[in-house]
Design a binder for this molecule. Sequence first.
Ligand code: HEC
Ligand code: HEC
Length: 293
Amino acid sequence: MFDLATRRIIGATVLMLTTVVTIGMVWLTEEQRMARFEAMHKAKAIENGALLYEQYCSACHGAEGEGVPGRGPSLNPGVFQHYEQLKAQGYPNSLRNFIKLNIAAGRPVRSTYHSNETYAELMPAWSQDFGGPLRPDQVESLVEFVLNWQTAKPAPAPALAFEAVGSDLTKPLPPGDPQRGQALWNQEVKQASGVAASCKACHGLRPGEVMVGPSMAGMATLAAERIRAPDYKGQAKTPEEYIRESIQQPNAYIVEPEKYAAAPGVSLMPATLVNQMSAQDLADLIAFLLTLK
Ligand code: HEC
Ligand code: HEC
């Protein structure tokens, strides 16, 4: 019923449509194939990363990224929290790049985020590009492995061998031992967390010796004067309570803010020291400072 020319046109159109559909299907399955390949590739990278992590990283960051006191910070969930904080401050890089950079180049300088922690060593550089032992693809595998923690469930909180006293001023304290307090101060013994008390990095014991913070000379006598001063804003009623408050809540009352405040209402003394300290550590440090008359 169609003449030859019409049939040719129809034939050509059908052929063309079939070709388009076929190409489309190949393209679609190719995309699925690629997605499968990428998923497999990623799974393989995570697997390789897990082995590398165990060998090179777990000693400082813990088997599940929970962190090791005195050696390395938590990565799971620590590094994700650190990144969120940086991003809130305008850090422009992606999470992936942040993690990759830290692993590849290490941390030749301690980050302020972790400045309250004491680590035996700095984070080494790992990529051969930065003089480290690992190939770029191995670093990439480690990045995949660390990133995978974010989607997997976070590691259980590290089993602390101690309970940190924190900032709660009402928590009952055991009787303090001034001798152990002095040993803690001099870093001859460590706190329950295994971290050396950093007090003497900022406070001298000689009269008038100003380091980052004021001298502790005569602290017991001074504490009694502090709580009677008209500008005193804290809650302490006794010298003991004053010293306790100074350590657990440095921002409750800042001595000479023009000299010792990092920003209005923020003491140069970190409020987080008490997160490394047991109630006993705190009681002993207070008992020691109360001997300084
Ligand atoms: C000798 C101990 C040590 C080893 C080994 C080590 N790290 Fe670290 N790492 C650290 C320390 C310490 C820091 C924190 C330094 C700082 O910023 O103050 C850190 C920081 C990091 C950070 C950034 C964390 C953050 O929140 O800023 C990442 C990511 C990281 N390490 C991954 C790794 C990986 C992956 C490996 C294994 C290839 C590894 N580390 C091996 C000690 C170590
Ligand atoms: C990073 C430096 C820094 C570290 C570490 C530090 N302090 Fe302080 N500390 C300060 C500064 C600065 C002040 C003064 C500002 C204020 O009142 O908070 C201060 C104030 C104090 C006061 C009150 C002093 C006064 O004259 O009234 C006491 C007590 C005290 N620190 C004890 C400690 C103890 C104990 C430790 C160790 C667990 C410690 N500090 C660690 C910087 C530090």
